[in-house]
Each structure stands twice: as C-alpha cells, then as structure tokens.
Design a protein around this ligand. Sequence first.
Ligand code: ATP
Ligand code: MG
Length: 425
Amino acid sequence: MVKLMLFSKFFAPTSKDIPSDAKIASHRLMIRAGMISKTASGIYCWLPLAVRVLEKIEKIICEEQEKIGANKVFFSTIQPAELWIESGRYDAYGKEMLRITDRKNGQFLYSPTNEEQATDIFRKYIKSYKELPTILYQIHWKFRDEIRPRFGVMRGREFLMKDGYSFALDYNDAKEIYKKIFKSYIKTFRRMGLTPIPVQADSGAIGGNMSHEFQILANTGESTLYFDKKVLTANEEELMTVFAVTDEKYNSKTSPLSEEALQISKGIEVGHIFYFGKKYSEAMNAFVLGEKGEKIYPEMGSYGIGVSRLIAAIIEAFHDERGIIWPEAVAPFDITILNLHTKNEKCCDIANKVYEFLSKQKEILYDDREISVGEKLCDADLIGIPWQIIIGQKKASQNIIELKNRSTSEITELNLDKLIERFSK
Ligand code: ATP
Ligand code: MG
C-alpha cells in the first residue's frame, strides 16, 4: 500500500505573493505554487511539486532514449580545464563558464556542456570500429553564467539538461543517428503533451543544415518563428523537411511559403541537436581502429533538451488565470482529493475510501488541511493537478462526490462506485 500522501504533510508552500521580477506566467505560477525558491540570480532550489514534475519529464526522456539505444551516464559536474584547452574551447567559451580553482591551484570548471568529457570517455574505452555507433547521454545540472538570467527557470544560470553525444563511423551513419534522434525528440515532446516545432538552425562552420532547434509555441517565447502550418500536424518523418526557421534566417523574398501556409509565432527553445563532424574527435585525438587497423576519427553530434526549462515551457503552454493545467503525462499527481470539511465524519469517510481505492493505481495528493473551502479550491486550481475529487458535506450526505476536470472546469457528480469505475479504465 502506498504511503498516504497528505497535503498537511506535503511541502508545497503555496502563496499569493508574486515577486516583482516575475514577468511571465510560468515564473509567477512556479513561485505561487511553491515549486521553486530563489537562491540567487538564476539559481533556484527545487521543491517537491517541481521535483515530481522533473522526475516525470526525466522518465519520458529516458524511456525514449533507451528505445534508440542510448547509454545513460553521469559525467562529473566539475571538469579539469585541460580537457577544454585540448579542444580549443577553454578561452573561447568566455565569461559564461564558471571557472574554479582548487586548493592545489588546479584549474577546473563547472560543466556548461560536456562534448569534451564525452569525447574523453570515448577515447579511453572505445577502441574498435565494431563498437560504433555509440550514444552516451545524461540528465545533469549545468552552469552557465548567463549575462541576463531571467524568467525564473526559463533562462537560469544553474539548470538541468539532458545532453547526449553520438559517435559514428562515417557521415552516413552520423546522418542516420541524427535522424533517429530527431524523431525520438519529436516523440519525447509529444508524450509531454507538447507540439514541438523543429526549426532549421545554424550549426556554425561545418554540418550544412544538420542542426535543429525544437521550439514550443508560447507568446512569451524569446524566438520568433516562421513556419509552414503543416508543422502542427506532420508526422516525425515529414517534420524533417517542413519549412520552419527563426526570424534570423527568414527572408520574405526567398520564402517558399504562400501567405496562407505561413504562420508567425513566438517560441521557446526546449531542445537543440546538431551534427559537427570530427571537430572534437580530431582535436582530442579520439579514434577507433578500422578493419585494416587504420585510424578512424568518429563523426559526432550532440543533442540537448532543457529539462528544467521544459517545466516553465509546459506551464506557458498550459495555464489560465487561476493557475497551472498540467498535461496528464507530466502532472505531479494524477488526482487531488479535496476534503472540504475535515471535521465532518461523512466527508472523511468518503475521502478515505476514495483514497484507498484509487491510490492502488493513481498518484494522489489528499488535501486534508484545515483551511477554508475557498483556499483549498484556489490552491487546487493553482497547483493544476488534472483531476479534482471534491468532497463537501452537503453533497457527501447524499453520497455525491464531485469530479472536476482542471482543464475544462467541467464538474461531474458521481457516487463512490461510479468514481472508482471512472478511474479503473
Ligand atoms: P539558448 O539559445 O536558449 O541560450 P543554447 O543554444 O545556449 O540555448 P544549448 O547549448 O543547445 O542551448 O542547450 C540545450 C538546451 O538547454 C536548450 O535548447 C535549452 O532548452 C536549454 N538551455 C540552454 N540554456 C539554458 C538556460 N540558461 N536555462 C535553462 N535552460 C537552458
Ligand atoms: Mg545559450
């Protein structure tokens, strides 16, 4: 039997106060719902409700990564400067890198990304062409000393990222891996209830157009997207070629789209993938031996998802004036039971029964707090758990329970059996 998840014992410090720096809905709602607490500019502590959502998101990502044969690792968050000097990026990375000196005057840094480390692990252990292709990934904290951290966890300095690195024998294999990961990203975001728009991005010197950013539509996004409306309904294969770019690349004179097909919207970048060939493998002398004993420098790519930014992006996409509306797949709980009268025996009896039956299959937050009915209902809408089971003394005396859908606000009246049946499907 699952431990009873009582709100009175659950640490979710909801509040009505909105910090003055909270300019967008997701930031305000994450603070008000007691999900995050600011430590310093762009640095946050994650509280239980947010941790539960992070875990749901991570689980979806890991399941999809496993399907494409990616290996999960944890690179260390602290790296020696030498690795970055080897790749030639140490100075170039500039002030975004948090540089650290240890007691022996050793030069270190807190990972802003992990291409060098992935390449280092690869060269230490992978020696034969037979072991390729290889994909390593992790979900781990990063630090980038952003010049303008803002919008809460949307652009933080410390943030959680899924970063993956692929190693392939040749360009064709690298392209296949890239496509496989592209499709897997679409699936990943769609499983979270989102509509990802893959935009063709610039990956710098090498790689042609083998770079895509995955954007989520939201008015508060930092990017402006120009895309073919087909993007919204295309399948994973079609999405690789449907026209979508950011304003930096858009040119109305050369646009392939008719006026009817074109949509212009703001977007939030939640993922970024790119192919960059032998840049790191050559610089860091990472190679395998081929069939005839020749040295082969693998073709690499890297693949990022902004895990902590995703929470904010999901809230931007799914909220109303009362609070968050979690898509079921990433909701911190499936159901919340609101016992409106915790001193009423009948209400408690029904609430306990509902909990006992439904907690076998669902994750439930049981609001047993002794607070006003108004506060309880407001908090439930704020926190945004998809289903609210509302038990008030008047209806309870007639054995009626209310089931409210947070997304549509629709309320259905049911008895206990019907309610259990509803969630047993
Ligand atoms: P941006 O243009 O937003 O700075 P980026 O190009 O620097 O992003 P990548 O290095 O490709 O980002 O990182 C992969 C993903 O990590 C991004 O798509 C984004 O979702 C997320 N991310 C990057 N920087 C931050 C940040 N400061 N705070 C939160 N998430 C971030
Ligand atoms: Mg950046």
